[in-house]
Design a protein around this ligand. Structure first.
Ligand code: AMP
Length: 392
C-alpha cells in the first residue's frame, strides 16, 4: 500500500505539493480552472493542519527557458481568490530566493513556486534538481495525476529524499481507475475510440481479457472494417493497422469477449463539416468517401450493449466530434454512459470534452484528470509517479 495524505504527519510541517496547474490560458487569463479546483481539497486540508504549503507545477513546454507567457503567477492569483486567502509567489522553484521565501512561511501559509519546467532538469528527473526541491520541505505530496506517467524530478526523483504520499486527487484517480480495471462490478464494458488503432492497441489488449464487451469507434474502427474485407474509401487508415485489428479480433475470441465494431457509418466526401454526407452500411462504403462517425444502427447497438453494464470505461471519441455533422455518435455514447446504472469512468481529453459539452459530467462516477496518464493506467502500466510514492 502506498502512503496517502491521510497517513502522513503533516501538522506544522513544510509540505511540497506537486499539483497540475497546467490550465488553459489566453492572454494571461485562465479559461478553465478545473485543474486548480481539483487541488483545493488537498490544499485546504494542509492549511487546516497548519502545514506550510509549497505548491509546485509545470506550465506548458518552456524547455528550460524562462518564458513570460508560461509563468504560474496568474494561477497563484486565481488560487488566492478561490481560497479567499493570500498565496505568495516566488519567481523560481529552487535557489536562495526560494529558500528565503520558504523560511518566511508560517503554519497555514501558502507559497506557489514558479514553473518547474523553466529548468530542464525537471523533465530529465535530474537527481540534484530533485534534491534541491526536496530540501525545501520535510514531506512531499503528489496531487498531479496528469503528469504521473512522466519520470519527472518533482513527481519521481524527489521521493528519493523525502517521503511522498498521494494527495486527495491522486488518491481518487488511483482508487477509481484501479477498481474499474482490477475488481470491477460485472458486466464490464470498455469503449475505446480515437484516431489511430496503433495508439490504443495496448489499452485494447490489456482490457480485452478483463471486460465482457469491448466497443470500438472513431478512426481506429476503420482498421476493423477493412480487416473484415470491406472497402473503406478514403477513410483515415495507415498500412499495418489491418493486421493489428485482425490480431485483436483473435485476442477477443480467445478471451471470450464480445467485440463490437461499427456496422454502419456516416461517410463524407471531404473532411469538412459542410461536406456531403450519407449513411451507409460498412459493406457499402464507396471510393471517394470517408468514414467520419458511427452510423445510427451502430449507435443503437452500442447503446443497447451499454444499458446492461455495471462498469463502463470510456476513452476516445466515436467520430470527428469537433465537427457538428459528425458528433452524433460520440454524443449518443456520452448519453448512454451517463444514463447507465453503472460505475462509469471517462478518461482522455476528447471524451471528457464531449461529456462536458453534453452537460452530463455530473452523472459520471469518475472523470479522470489525466489524458495520457489514464491511458497508460488502462494499458496496465505502472505509472512512475505512483510507483515512487512511499510505502505505508
Ligand atoms: P485520439 O487523440 O487518438 O483520442 O483521437 C481523437 C481524434 O480522433 C479526434 O480529434 C477526432 O476528431 C479524431 N477522429 C475520430 N474519429 C475519426 C474518424 N473517423 N476519422 C478521422 N479522425 C477521427
Amino acid at each position: 500500500m502506498k502512503q496517502t495524505i491521510l497517513d502522513m504527519n503533516i501538522d506544522n510541517k513544510r509540505v511540497f505539493v506537486r499539483v497540475d496547474f497546467n490550465v488553459p490560458m489566453k492572454d494571461g487569463v485562465i479559461t478553465d480552472d478545473t485543474r486548480i479546483r481539483g487541488a483545493l481539497e488537498t490544499i485546504q486540508y494542509l492549511v487546516d493542519h497548519n502545514a506550510k504549503v509549497i505548491l509546485a507545477s509545470h506550465f506548458g513546454r518552456p524547455k528550460g527557458e524562462r518564458k513570460a507567457d508560461m509563468t504560474l503567477a496568474p494561477c497563484a492569483e486565481h488560487l488566492s481568490k478561490l481560497l479567499n486567502k493570500p498565496v505568495a509567489f516566488v519567481d523560481d522553484c529552487i535557489g536562495d530566493t526560494v529558500t528565503a521565501a520558504v523560511e518566511k512561511l508560517q503554519g497555514g501559509d501558502i507559497l506557489m513556486l514558479e514553473n518547474l519546467r523553466y529548468h530542464n532538469e525537471e523533465t530529465k528527473n535530474d537527481p540534484d534538481f530533485a534534491k534541491a526541491l526536496a530540501s525545501l520541505a520535510e514531506v512531499a505530496i503528489n496531487d498531479a495525476f496528469g503528469v504521473s506517467h512522466r519520470n519527472a524530478a518533482s513527481v519521481v526523483g524527489i521521493a528519493d529524499y523525502i517521503p511522498m504520499g498521494a494527495g486527495f486527487l491522486l488518491k481518487k484517480e488511483i482508487e477509481a481507475l484501479g477498481a474499474a480495471v482490477n475488481h470491477p462490478k460485472k458486466p464490464v464494458a470498455a469503449i475505446i475510440g480515437g484516431a489511430k488503432v496503433t495508439d490504443k492497441i495496448s489499452v485494447i489488449s490489456n482490457l480485452l481479457p478483463k471486460v465482457d464487451v469491448m466497443i470500438i469507434g472513431g478512426g481506429m474502427a476503420n482498421a476493423f472494417i477493412k480487416a473484415q474485407g470491406c472497402n473503406i474509401g478514403s477513410s483515415l487508415f495507415e498500412p499495418g493497422q489491418e493486421q493489428i485489428a485482425t490480431d485483436l479480433v483473435m485476442e477477443a475470441r480467445v478471451a471470450g469477449t464480445r467485440l463490437l465494431t461499427p456496422i454502419d457509418a456516416v461517410v463524407a466526401d471531404a473532411f469538412s463539416n459542410d461536406a456531403n454526407t450519407k449513411i451507409v452500411d460498412v459493406e457499402h462504403i464507396e471510393d471517394g468517401w470517408m468514414v467520419l462517425d458511427i452510423g445510427p444502427k451502430t449507435r443503437e447497438l452500442y447503446i443497447d450493449a451499454l444499458a446492461k453494464m455495471k462498469t463502463i470505461i470510456w476513452n476516445g471519441p466515436m467520430g470527428v466530434f469537433e465537427m457538428d455533422s459528425f458528433a452524433a455518435g460520440t454524443n449518443a455514447v456520452a448519453e448512454a454512459v451517463a444514463n447507465a446504472d453503472a460505475m462509469t469512468i471517462v478518461g482522455g481529453g476528447d471524451s471528457v470534452a464531449a461529456i462536458e459539452k453534453s452537460g452530463l459530467a455530473d452523472k459520471i462516477s469518475h472523470i479522470s484528470t489525466g489524458g495520457g496518464a489514464s491511458l497508460e493506467f488502462l494499458e496496465g502500466k505502472i505509472l512512475p509517479g505512483i510507483a515512487a510514492l512511499t510505502e505505508a
